[in-house]
Write a protein that binds this ligand. Sequence first.
Ligand SMILES: O=C(O)CCC(=O)C(=O)O
Ligand SMILES: [Fe+2]
Length: 312
Amino acid sequence: MKFYKEAGQLSVQRLADRFVGEIQNFRISESTVAAHWGDIAQAYLDHKVLVLRKQNITVKEFSAFGEIFGSAEEHHVLAMRHPEISTLTVLSNQSEIGRNPVMKYFGDGWHADSSYKAIPANATMLLGTEIPDEGGDTLFANVEAAFDDLPELTKANLRTMRMRHQYRWSPDREDPWARWKFVGEVERRSTPEVVHPLVRKHPETGKETLHIAPRIIGSVIGVEGMDWDSSNALIDDLMGHITSEQYLYRHRWMPNDVIVWDNRCLLHSATTRELPQHKVRRLVRITTTGTPVVAACDSAGATMVVPDPEFA
Ligand SMILES: O=C(O)CCC(=O)C(=O)O
Ligand SMILES: [Fe+2]
């Protein structure tokens, strides 16, 4: 179903069932960003993912756009940073100097950015600089809609739970995809285990959503206080529900596309592992810092950082 929605003077076309808007006839520049700041911020909340086509823009203009969504954060994996501008990340599916081969597949697997930090990310935006003719799509899942559709009793039960997260955690450290393979001491120190409420309230819309990721290399250890089997089964069940077809949007990239998404109510995944190596894909990325995770229910408490015994 497609329909048009006006956000102030912006024309926005809905691209998926309950989320994703394409802002039309808009060229990002410092002056257009200043003139449409409020409209873009509102469209972002209304649509959760914004798509802007044909943005042949400079890195400075891209950064100006990013400021609408807060302050840009430096990626904790040093090798992912842009060599000159530390608040930009460069994604590439090629073998880049100084990078572990696993980094070619950055973001492949369902996740929300920085979900494992005490203060997770607000927005992430990407500018497609080198895009293959086919493949390398980015997938999005509308977690807020998926949570909303759950039975009331299930929602009430989930609201009392807390989830353990850690960037480098993996059920199997020998797994070739495990982050243990490339995180050094500096990165380990900046990413201790963090326990968040499982159901959070969106800080701007007040809507409830799940703060979750898959347990396989997805930074999620498990539900606090629950035995492994029950925790794994619950996470797998929820992930199966969230990633069912009715909640998904697949972004097929064109060169110079800009997309921005709300990590506070969505999951996303790159598909670079399926992309043949000769198909070059490079994008520039900005992520902005969010606000603390606020539990939907008081009994789920506040976020807690667990002191790392290795560095205590
Ligand atoms: O490359 C992509 O499609 C998405 C990568 C990703 O997860 C991110 O930029 O946060
Ligand atoms: Fe990501």
